[in-house]
Design a protein around this ligand. Sequence first.
Ligand code: AMP
Length: 221
Amino acid sequence: MYIVMLGAPGTGKGTVGDLLSKELGIVHISSGEIFRNYIKKHNKLGQEIENYITEGKLVPDELAIQLIEKRLNEPDTKNGAILDGFPRTENQAVVLDGILKAKQEKINIAVDLNLPDEEIIDRIVKRRTCPNTECREIYNIDFKPPKVDGICDKCGTKLIKRIDDNEKTVKQRLETYHEISEGLIKYYKNQDILYTVKLNNKSDLTTKDIVEEIKAYLENK
Ligand code: AMP
């Protein structure tokens, strides 16, 4: 089964994707995390990727597709994957369909998490992330602070504020997202696999509720 997580940065794609991955037993692949891992290698490719990310711009399609395709060929994707952050453009979506078709697979659902921009900005500047790739827990200094300041409750790793989690970059990331998301959303709507979840910071819809909704949709499909 293949699930695509759409939605602007900061809407909770990672958190929902992680729980879905546990419940459905399929691997969670975050394109942003793949790129951040390349940045850590401090080589030419990592530097190139860092330049795009710190400017709030998308990594060029060709490069993004190449790195995701490589990841989708790893053995842990044999039961499918939850794709978080990929595709980001209609072109990436078309190429992804081709990659899956060659494996005799297809996307079962594209989940669009919807949150107003002002709430996204507030969420992201207060976001703290566990950089341990086995953990990836997300905190918010206001509504979900860690028990010990700056330390992950789950694994004890020092939390980080991502290089692109500042107001200026978030605004640029949102602008980029809105420019290209419409086409992507239409693309999945036309295939009748789009599932939209309307959120706001006051809503009491938990991650678990969202995951249950998605599972119910998949069962009734
Ligand atoms: P994310 O962790 O999904 O918020 O992604 C962080 C950054 O990585 C984005 O702002 C983009 O610069 C880059 N990125 C992530 N996924 C993609 C993609 N599918 N295509 C191009 N750039 C991407």
